[in-house]
Ligand binder design. Structure first.
Ligand SMILES: Nc1ncnc2c1ncn2[C@@H]1O[C@H](COP(=O)(O)OP(=O)(O)OP(=O)(O)O)[C@@H](O)[C@H]1O
Length: 276
């Protein structure tokens, strides 16, 4: 049995059709005040400022992602979500602020070094290589875990997570469907054996059945204890998967808290997420 399945992996049902309120109703209750459980921090962004040229896309972000939790980064188009993920992965250099992965500073490092330290990015738009097969993508990306005690994602385990990839092992990625390409993009990030997985809109442009398959895989990864920072416009899906939500507006944190509290605040959802 694959190590990532060794702990309480539980499938999640289709969420695409749920309203935010329905999604929140199905979430487990949050702990009562004074009974919150302290969880170690996997990723900390502090006072993060990121620019595109002279455009300030992210200003003064303070975000903490707990270990083993799903943190959902939400906000309207242009709020700064993808910019934040790019900065964590080293694709953009922050102009100011700090990024710590289990205490190790990431800012100023190259993407390869950040990947080696344990950040796995599934970029928006998947960015697979059309002329490479599934197995070539996975073989090139594979990195063994840093410590013997860590969970192991290898080609066999990601094929268990996404059986379609096993069936299409020798298929050119460019000839696969959008959903299969998304599964490949997630699998490619997983075989780098990340300590924190960054998912940028994994449900974008996918049919409801494929969204359900991707959601089930993310839920299984979460159940196995992987730390995940999720950017997702499919709000019912994000609220179903998230332990904590951070809402961005114009590059700043506008709100943070539990998904069921966000779902129960129509004014907040209308103001920052355009949900009416
Ligand atoms: N390559 C770029 N050059 C200049 N400005 C950019 C670039 N990429 C993003 N921006 C700007 O940075 C801001 C944040 O963009 P970003 O893509 O991070 O937002 P987002 O929240 O991920 O949006 P979406 O939900 O549409 O993906 C926007 O104002 C955007 O126009």
């Amino acid at each position: 049995m694959s190590p990532w399945r060794s702990r309480n992996a539980s499938p999640c049902s289709t969420t695409a059709a749920w309203s935010p309120r329905e999604a929140a109703r199905r979430l487990p209750p949050i702990p009562a005040p004074g009974r919150s459980i302290s969880v170690p921090e996997a990723l900390i962004l502090s006072d993060l400022h990121v620019y595109h040229g002279e455009i300030c896309a992210v200003r003064g972000l303070d975000i903490t992602c707990a270990e083993g939790a799903v943190t959902a980064l939400l906000g309207r188009n242009g709020a700064g979500k993808s910019t934040t993920l790019s900065a964590i992965a080293g694709l953009l250099e922050p102009r100011q602020g700090h990024i710590r992965l289990f205490g190790t500073a990431l800012e100023g490092r190259k993407p390869e070094s950040i990947c080696k330290l344990g950040i796995g990015l599934v970029p928006q738009g998947r960015r697979i290589f059309p002329s490479l097969t599934v197995e070539e993508h996975l073989a090139i990306a594979y990195r063994p875990p840093r410590h013997a005690a860590e969970r192991v994602f290898d080609i066999a385990s990601v094929e268990t997570l996404f059986p379609r990839l096993k069936e299409r092992r020798r298929q050119l990625a460019g000839s696969m469907s959008g959903g299969e390409q998304q599964m490949l993009a997630i699998a490619r990030a997983l075989v780098t054996n990340p300590r924190v997985l960054l998912l940028d809109e994994p449900a974008e442009g996918l049919a409801p059945q494929i969204v359900a398959e991707v959601a089930q895989a993310i839920a299984a990864l979460k159940a196995d204890g992987l730390s995940i920072l999720l950017v997702e416009h499919n709000l019912p899906l994000a609220l179903r998967l998230a332990d904590t939500c951070v809402v961005l507006s114009s590059g700043e944190v506008a709100w943070r808290g539990a998904p069921n509290i966000l779902a129960d605040d129509p004014a907040l959802m209308a103001q920052h997420l355009g949900v009416h």
